[in-house]
Structure formats: C-alpha cells, structure tokens
Design a protein around this ligand. Structure first.
Ligand SMILES: NC(=O)c1ccc[n+]([C@@H]2O[C@H](COP(=O)([O-])OP(=O)(O)OC[C@H]3O[C@@H](n4cnc5c(N)ncnc54)[C@H](O)[C@@H]3O)[C@@H](O)[C@H]2O)c1
Ligand SMILES: O=P(O)(O)OC[C@H](O)CO
Length: 320
C-alpha cells in the first residue's frame, strides 16, 4: 500500500511524518518553491518548524506523481476541500480518499465526506478526525484518532493501513457523527477561548463546554448521527482538547476576542466559517444552538462578551 498526503500544512506534514515511519509517503505542496525547500532541508519551516521529515517522505509539487498512491489523504482547510477535489477529480477518482479536515462547508452545510461524495460519487471516502495537535504527532507523541468510513470493510482496511507507532486509530461507520464532532468542537473552542480571554473563569468554561456538548448532541442526533460517536474521540475527546489548550488556533482566536486583541487572519481557524454554516443550518431546521449563535455574533462584533454572558445566563431556566 502506498500513501500520499495532499496539502503540506501543519497537519498534513505531521501525518506524513508519522506515516513515513512505517513506509514510503509522498506529500504534495501546491507551491513548487515550498516543496523544493522541504525536500532539501527536510523540514517544513513555514508550517511545522522543528519537526524532521524522515527519509521515507518525499515532497513534490507534481500532483500527478503524488496521486499515484493507493490512499490519498486530503489535509487542506475545509472551505478549500471542494475546490481541490473538483479541480483534480480525474487524478483522484481511482483512489481511496481520506479527508483530514474539520468543518462544515459554507453555502452547502455539508461536512467533508458529504463534499467528497458530491465531487467523487464512485470513490471510497473516509474521514480522519479526533483530538490531535500536529506538533504532538510530528514528534511522535501518542495520539488516538477516529477513522470514519461508511463502508465497514473499507474502514477496517484503512484502520490497519493508517495506524502507526504513535497514531492509534479507532473506527466508526457513523460518518455524520464524526464530521459533526470535529466541526462543532471548534465553534465551542472559540467560545471557551473568549470566556478565558475575558477573565470569566474556569467554571464558566466548564459550563460552556458542557452546554456546548449538549448543543453538539442536539445537532448530531437531528442529523442522524449516533450519540456514542459524539461521546468518542471525534466529539467529546476533541472538544476537551481544543477547549483547553493554547495550542489550538480556534481557542486562541477566542482568547483574542475575549482580550480585544487582533488576530492574524492568515491563520487557519476552521470554527469561524463553521459557526456561520452551522448557525444557518440550525435556524433553518429550528434547532436551538445558542452558543453557536453567540459565537457568530462575537465574530461579527455585534455583541460584547459581557452581553454574550448576560444573554446565556438569562435564558429561561430548564431541566438539564
Ligand atoms: N494543525 C493541527 O493540529 C490539526 C489537527 C487535526 C486536524 N487539523 C485539520 O487539518 C486541516 C488543515 O489544517 P492545517 O493545520 O494543516 O492548516 P495549515 O494552515 O497549516 O495548512 C493548510 C494547507 O492547505 C493548503 N491549501 C490551502 N488552500 C489550498 C488550495 N486551494 N489548494 C491546495 N492546497 C491548499 C495550504 O497551502 C497549506 O499547506 C484543518 O481542517 C484542520 O482542522 C489540523
Ligand atoms: O488548532 P485547531 O484549533 O485547529 O485544533 C487542532 C485540532 O483540531 C485539535 O484536535
């Protein structure tokens, strides 16, 4: 089995490093200068500085070369997934595709597997998600992820193929649950960062995480996901990690909102677009998602943190 990773950002690079410890891996970068720089220096100094690229990892800007692999991992931001796949559909059609992004597409309201199904209807598609920081994976720290594939037999094969000495993969056929867990936890991480940034305290964060999880469950169950998927690595697991660590870009965006500080717009923060997509979806389906609505209002600067807290605290009292 041969593996390729398309996208040489932080996550793509970390996965490629871990997989290359088990066998040959090709990583594709769209920028030829960047590809050459990584291939020669054995480091991705732009996106994941300090991590060494193993000899078994080849970096190329030639997409037709990378897509010779049996399994192709797509490690690009969610809002770019459709573009990358549809522009290169001819090269990807015969491969097994594993999306590695977390989020919901604006305009369509679809998650990564649903987008892949629309663009490549005949192709086996899966999702790799769960609590994991690129920086941890790249230096060999232990990580557990969820491999979601609707086809159970294909999922078992991929689970074996993509497990490495530091990546332990669990599998599920609940692709909707895995998509929603990874997408919604980023929205909650922005909210938690804002709470901590504004000095509202750890107790408030715990309340937000718990009620955020209830909100995630509400959307997931209404979408046909299984409750136990949300309780697993892709839901609860990733919520815990992302809402509590400054390694998370979503959490850091929240911190900057809470502190009224600027935030670098070039940083990949999946939760911002996802919050908007989910808020729209929730409104049209009449799902109660107050934390998501507040995150959108904070991003749009329509609400202060003080007003946001007051709004959540003054909601009608109810059973838990
Ligand atoms: N960084 C992490 O710790 C981590 C962990 C788990 C999951 N993820 C997920 O992985 C996905 C990618 O995140 P990342 O951290 O690698 O982001 P990143 O910003 O480090 O890298 C994104 C990569 O995508 C490429 N890209 C962007 N637009 C493209 C396009 N139109 N065509 C081709 N390539 C394009 C960029 O060149 C870059 O190499 C996100 O959905 C994120 O949620 C990240
Ligand atoms: O840096 P973030 O916020 O995109 O989080 C990275 C991963 O999704 C954590 O599991």
């Amino acid at each position: 089995m041969s593996v390729a990773v398309l996208g040489s950002g932080a996550f793509g690079t970390a996965l490629a490093i871990s997989l290359a410890n088990e066998g040959p891996v090709t990583m594709w970068a769209r920028d030829a200068d960047h590809a050459r720089e990584m291939q020669n220096s054995r480091e991705n100094s732009r996106r994941l500085p300090g991590a060494v690229l193993p000899d078994a990892l080849t970096v190329t800007a030639e997409l037709d070369r990378a897509t010779q692999a049996d399994v192709v991992l797509l490690a690009v931001p969610m809002q770019k997934l459709r573009q990358v796949v549809s522009e290169n559909a001819d090269l990807l059609r015969e491969r097994t595709i594993v999306a590695c992004c977390k989020g919901i597409e604006l305009n369509s309201g679809l998650g990564p597997i649903a987008v892949l199904r629309e663009c490549l209807p005949q192709t086996t598609s899966a999702l790799l998600t769960g609590p994991s920081f690129a920086a941890d994976i790249a230096i060999g720290l232990p990580t557990a992820l969820t491999l979601a594939c609707q086809d159970e037999a294909q999922g078992k094969v991929l689970q074996q193929q993509l497990t490495t000495s530091n990546l332990r993969l669990y599998r599920t056929t609940d692709t909707i649950g895995a998509e929603l867990g990874g997408a919604l936890k980023n929205v909650m991480a922005i909210a938690c960062g804002a709470v901590i940034g504004a000095g509202l305290g750890d107790s408030a964060r715990a309340a937000l995480m718990t009620r955020g999880y209830a909100e995630m469950q509400r959307m997931a169950i209404a979408s046909g996901a299984r409750a136990e998927t949300m309780a697993g690595l892709s839901g609860f697991g990733d919520l815990t990690l992302t809402c509590s660590s400054e390694l998370s870009r979503n959490y850091r965006l929240g911190l900057s909102i809470g502190r009224a500080e600027p935030f670098d717009p070039s940083v990949t923060v999946e939760g911002a677009a996802t919050a908007r997509a989910v808020h729209e979806e929730a409104q049209s389906r009449k799902l109660d998602m107050p934390i998501t609505a507040i995150v959108v209002a904070l991003l749009d600067q329509r609400l202060t943190i003080a007003d946001a807290a007051a709004q959540l605290l003054s909601r009608p009292l109810k059973e838990e």
